[in-house]
Design a protein around this ligand. Structure first.
Ligand SMILES: O=C(O)CCC(=O)C(=O)O
Length: 380
């Protein structure tokens, strides 16, 4: 199909999905009480449509008694010997695009992963809050290991923290017919940000303290995120002395060796400078000029249903302790006909590659978008 016809067909798909199912406003359905398993399955999971359940986790002791807003409580319950994984970045953006190390042009980007350190839990809590409050600190700390960390013995598992929340989301477990495959804890600050990506899980995301701000796009909008291949890089500590403990250390970005490429969404919905904003609008018109993403703020005690394969971008507002804490439940998704259609859709190259690639270089082209797996590794 030639470019113009293809463009009209793809934009028609975005519109039709909204008119038939998702709605044309940027709001998602808000439910004031938890849905029955039947309603959840029929109206949301089968329709691959998000919803927010206000107060869905309000009865958890962690929420109703504000237990997790207190450092002394958290530190006491986890014990002083507990070490956890902490993800360190200079700017709060892990698994996100960053200028190539030693590049002379900010527009040449790579895919940057965090420097991961083990730290005593009490120190991790302090560093997360401090790095959120003080923008002059050279690191932002985010506890966000996605390896079933809430239940894993090497992270938070086996502690009395489990008694403060439910083991699973009962109406979701009944609807989906299985227990969660992974339960993760997220402890971040106002400077932590998660870039656009998608996951192969049905996600029930509960906020315990603070607020999370989600931007959501359905899988049918895949072309609007300009998935491109980027060289993989990782933040490492500049100081050998700080290498064994999590502390306030300078980080530098290093390309991974051997080199490898990661397909990742190019869109940053909140460009930092007017120059970046102008460039983004110019280079990614399908995102910036298309239908607005669905927006949703998840407050303490709320549960967001984030359907499998939906692209999401997340920012956060901390509570008075300087932190946002969330627990999410990843349930296995069904690899059904919707998944097969999506795979077909993302093989369609749109917008078509420009006719005049820079001399000697190949056009990067779309790759299948990356999602994160249970062990936190990236897979295509
Ligand atoms: O809370 C965050 O920062 C990101 C959450 C997320 O990406 C997920 O639950 O899949």
């Amino acid at each position: 199909m030639e470019g113009e016809k293809l463009g009209a067909a793809v934009a028609g798909l975005w519109a039709e999905v909204r008119e038939l199912s998702l709605g044309t406003s940027p709001r998602i359905d808000v439910l004031d009480t938890p849905p029955s398993p039947l309603v959840f399955l029929r109206d949301y999971v089968s329709a691959n449509k998000p919803c927010l359940v206000r107060g869905g986790a309000a009865h958890w002791p962690a929420v109703s008694r504000s237990l997790w807003s207190h450092d002394s409580y958290l530190a006491a319950i986890l014990g002083k010997d507990r070490h956890v994984s902490l993800h360190l970045t200079p700017d709060g953006r892990a698994d996100a695009l960053a200028p190539l190390p030693d590049g002379d042009d900010d527009s040449n980007l790579c895919f940057a992963s965090a420097c991961v350190r083990r730290a005593p839990f009490a120190a991790a809590l302090r560093l997360i809050a401090a790095s959120g409050r003080d923008p002059t600190l050279p690191v932002v700390a985010y506890a966000q290991e996605q390896n079933d960390c809430f239940r894993a013995a090497a992270e938070y598992g086996g502690s009395a923290l489990a008694a403060d929340v439910e083991e699973e989301v009962p109406w979701a477990t009944a609807a989906l017919g299985c227990s969660p495959e992974a339960v993760n804890l997220w402890v971040g600050s106002g400077r932590s940000e998660t870039s656009f990506h998608k996951d192969h899980y049905e996600n029930l995301y509960a906020v315990v303290t603070g607020e999370k701000h989600f931007l959501l796009l359905p899988p049918t909008d895949v072309h609007r995120l300009y998935v491109r291949r980027y060289l993989a890089a990782r933040y490492v500590s500049s100081s050998a002395a700080a290498a064994s403990t999590a502390g306030v250390e300078e980080l530098r970005l290093e390309l991974e060796e051997p080199r490898r490429e990661v397909p990742w969404c190019s869109v940053d919905p909140y460009p930092r400078t007017p120059k970046e904003a102008a460039r983004a609008r110019d280079e990614m018109p399908l995102y910036f000029q298309g239908p607005p993403p669905f927006q949703c703020t998840v407050r303490a005690g709320d549960i967001l249903y984030l359907p499998s394969m939906w692209f999401h971008h997340v920012r956060q507002t901390p509570d008075s302790s300087g932190r946002t804490i969330a627990v999410n439940f990843w349930y296995d998704m069904r690899f059904d006909i919707k998944y097969a259609y999506f795979n077909l859709l993302q093989t369609i190259e749109y917008p078509p590659p420009s006719r005049d690639p820079p001399s000697g270089e190949e056009e990067p082209g779309d790759g299948p978008p990356v999602e994160r797996r249970r062990n936190g590794s990236l897979c295509v």
